[in-house]
Write a protein of this length. Structure first.
Length: 442
């Protein structure tokens, strides 16, 4: 299977969305725009995921309109016009003609003409589907187009009467991954897998956290995944207890663990892996004890991922194992059920066990439906990432546990009968990790 989403699939997505829209409506989806870093330098551009999901078009300053039932064409794009002098400085542009030829636009116009054209397309439509509140400058423009129609009401113009949030319909579609999406996500997972293996192989006491990060980024890029899906977390020792530690600026010390949470983005799809391993290649007794608890918690979570199980079941299963482990090792005292009830584990485990994964690392999709936890269904992709974090200044536990931070995170797809782990190639048991690290030191 080709590692691309075909134009046929993008067109199918737009049709499927339009099928769900009310008659005589219009849906408006804006691309991301470039953000200035300073003067004429921009932050790395990343397309808006909703826009990308429906178009595959990666340029800034574009707008997609879907007008179900419109005879002259249902799919209309606005984009930057071709401009040889701008293209010489800033790179190639597809242009309206290219969008018609290659991206399934039935009509395409220069973005500079949008003020003249869009109000006319919105006028007479009963309902506008749009994600209000995410792009304030585009929200303002939309309101100005609406007002320009209202201003002509006495000449017979009919402004739309209803604005409806597009997120609900679109994000539900994004939650179910197609075979083509799963193929890309598997490849992203494979590349991240190779990067984590590399980190285990090259890690030595005295290296800097950012040097491990560099090895990871290099592995990503050399495999064709040019960018991470989120800033890598490489935390040695107690830095592993800071959930989103991204400074990655300290030395890795003999006797410490290092927690690496890193995943590449490929074709705009994210992967998200965490491994925690000993800097010197051998787990200490305490590190191994807590590590095994987290690993067991992850297995308990996997066992609760299958069609018909609800979203929260895997979290509850993980929390139960983590809490029992904290009791077994004397970090908590009391009765398991009472501790679970009180959430006493939250001092050591303060995040949830996973999230949806897709075009965004924390992907879209509702976790509850009608007030109940959502039932899992085939094609949903999620992470499973239990952890234990003993703060270095936690005086309620013996000193030997302090500063140990562990997370183990894998990406899974729900299948017909359970789940498949996309990231199973990274060593995870204590034995496997120590063996890979020892082999690399021979
Ligand atoms: N890398 C962010 C997370 O694991 O959710
Ligand atoms: Mn995650
Ligand atoms: Mn992660």
């Amino acid at each position: 299977m080709s590692l691309m989403i075909s134009q046929t699939e993008y067109s199918r997505r737009r049709r499927e969305l339009m099928r769900q829209l009310a008659p005589n409506s219009i849906a408006i989806v804006a691309a991301a725009h470039e953000t200035i870093r300073n003067r004429d330098t921009h932050y790395l551009f990343r397309q808006d995921s909703d826009f990308f999901y429906l178009s595959g078009f990666a340029e800034p300053d574009a707008v997609l309109l879907m007008l179900p039932g419109r005879e002259q064409g249902e799919v209309i794009f606005f984009c930057r016009d071709r401009d040889p002098s701008k293209e010489m400085w800033d790179g190639r542009r597809v242009g309206p003609e290219g969008l018609t030829r290659h991206y399934g636009a039935e009509d395409a116009f220069p973005i500079d003409d949008i003020d003249d054209i869009l109000p006319g397309l919105m006028e007479g439509r009963d309902r506008v589907y749009y994600s209000l509140g995410r792009n304030p400058s585009f929200d303002n423009r939309l309101m100005s187009w609406l007002n320009s129609i209202r201003g002509k009401a006495n000449a017979g113009a009919e402004p739309p009467e209803e604005f409806v949030d597009l997120d609900h319909l679109l994000h539900d579609m994004r939650l179910y991954k197609s075979d083509a999406e799963l193929a890309i996500m598997q490849r992203a997972a494979d590349i991240s897998t190779a990067a984590h293996c590399r980190a285990m192989q090259v890690c030595r006491p005295g290296m800097m956290e950012y040097q491990l990060d560099a090895e990871i980024q290099h592995t990503f890029a050399m495999a064709g995944a040019r960018h991470p899906a989120y800033p890598s977390i490489v935390g040695g020792g107690a830095n592993g207890c800071i959930l989103h530690y991204i400074e990655n600026s300290e030395p890795l010390l003999e006797g410490d663990l290092v927690l690496i949470d890193a995943g590449c983005e490929l074709g705009n799809y994210a992967s998200d892996i965490t491994r925690t391993f000993p800097v010197n290649g051998r787990f200490s007794k305490e590190q191994a004890a807590l590590y095994q608890v987290v690993l067991d918690a992850q297995q308990a979570a996997f066992n609760e991922i299958a069609p018909g199980k609800d979203w929260n079941a895997s979290h509850l299963a993980a929390v139960r194992v983590l809490c029992q482990g904290l009791l077994d090792h004397g970090l908590l005292r009391g009765d398991l059920e009472a501790l679970l009830e009180q959430g006493a584990y939250s001092e050591f485990y303060m995040h949830r066990t996973g999230h949806w994964l897709g075009l965004d690392v924390h992907d879209v999709g509702d976790y509850r439906v009608g007030g109940e936890w959502r039932e899992l269904e085939p094609g949903m992709v999620m992470t499973v990432e239990p952890g234990l974090y003993v703060a270095p200044d936690n005086l309620n536990v013996e000193a030997k546990w302090r500063g140990i931070g562990i997370r183990i995170e894998d990406d899974v797809v729900v299948t017909e009968s359970g789940c498949r782990v996309l990231t199973s190639g990274v060593p995870k048991t204590i034995g496997e990790i120590e063996a890979l690290m020892a082999e690399a030191r021979e």
